[in-house]
Design a protein around this ligand. Structure first.
Ligand code: 11C
Length: 344
């Protein structure tokens, strides 16, 4: 029987992607939609300015949206996918966990909290066991699991694939799509003919989340990876798909051919939304590109290419669909991992 799930922050850009992915999902049944107080009582069709590239699926348009409050969500809903603004998520998500709900969250609050697993299932599924520490420390009946920021998800799988060579220094420069900034970003045409070399707190997220994701969990404590990471983040006028240029210095010698082989061979997982292969490596020097390659693996794979040796180590480019693999799809995948591991 499908697990009854809800979406917190259902009307936003990531909330809409969540609905697009969850409605046809065989393991999940959407039973609750929440948004701001001003949307409460409206049908989803009335409350949401639907902008996803397919119509509102099934009968979701006729469901009634409630306020984002544990008292408004039915008790038999087991799993909540959260795409709340972080200022709201930081207050509301713990209240849902205390009320017994398991929350798979894309919101940036609490990602770096010591007892909150930050998970990309193909990379660090074992970090999910941190939930035992979380339950002991917080006394929650529910649980809180996070997925990383979209631009972190884009490059960390490629690092995981070459980690056995000893990651020492990583430089990453991003070219990020406007949908990362939500509706305002998508509708803002001021970015056309421009590039903005600033995305608030983004660089810090890449530098800290990557080290947590690639850290080691010994069953009680998580130690973060010791590699040094320096990020530079830029907004460019593409709709979807974050492209990143990465330079990596490793302890052991790593040729572009070895790196390509390691990326191609990096294992995926036997979860419904986990693509095969996880990393698609292009040989063409001008790929990956957002418009052509953001939908590899149904938008859930990482595309890489342009591998070359430089004075600053191995250099390559990588790309992921920021609202699918980088956000909604990442939360759904964590939901599948929670299900697989008996947390639901
Ligand atoms: C952007 N990466 O492209 C941001 C949006 O931490 O989940 C996602 C923010 C986050 O603007």
């Amino acid at each position: 029987m499908a697990v009854r799930v809800g979406v917190l922050g259902a009307t936003g850009a990531v909330g809409q992607r969540l609905i697009q992915l969850l409605e046809p999902h065989p393991d999940f049944d959407i039973a609750a939609l929440t948004a701001s107080d001003s949307s409460a009582g409206k049908t989803y069709r009335q409350a949401a300015k639907w902008r996803v590239d397919s119509p509102i699926p099934g009968d979701i348009g006729e469901m009634t949206v409630t306020a984002t409050d544990p008292d408004e969500v039915p008790d038999d809903v087991d799993l909540l996918f959260s795409s709340l603004p972080s200022s709201i998520g930081s207050e509301v998500e713990p209240a849902f966990c205390e009320a017994g709900y398991v929350v798979s969250s894309n919101s940036s609050n609490s990602r770096m909290a010591e007892d909150v697993p930050l998970v990309i299932p193909e990379i660090n599924a074992d970090h999910l066991d941190l939930l035992e520490v979380q339950r002991d420390e917080r006394g929650w009946d529910g649980a809180l699991v996070k997925n990383p920021n979209c631009s972190t998800i884009t490059f960390v799988p490629t690092l995981a694939a070459i980690a056995e060579y000893g990651l020492e220094k990583v430089h990453v420069s991003t070219l990020q799509a406007v949908s990362g900034a939500g509706y305002d970003g998508v509708s803002s045409m001021e970015i056309i003919d421009n590039a903005i070399p600033y995305i608030g707190s983004e660089e810090d997220k890449l530098e800290t989340e990557s080290r947590k994701l690639l850290g080691e969990f010994d069953g009680a404590e998580l130690s973060h990876n010791e590699m040094s990471v320096s990020a530079s983040c830029n907004r460019i006028p593409t709709i979807d798909g974050h492209l990143e240029n990465v330079w990596v210095e490793t302890e052991d010698e790593l040729t572009p051919a070895d790196a390509a082989e390691a990326m191609r061979a990096f294992p995926s997982l036997d979860l419904r939304s986990s693509p095969e292969p996880l990393i698609h490596v292009f040989d063409e020097p001008d790929r990956p590109q957002p418009r052509m390659d953001r939908t590899v693996g149904g938008g859930m794979a990482i595309a890489a290419g342009g591998l070359q040796e430089t004075p600053f180590g191995l250099q390559y480019n990588c790309l992921a669909h920021n609202t699918i693999r980088g956000a909604a799809g990442a939360s759904v995948l964590n939901g599948e991992l929670l299900l697989e591991n008996g947390y639901l």
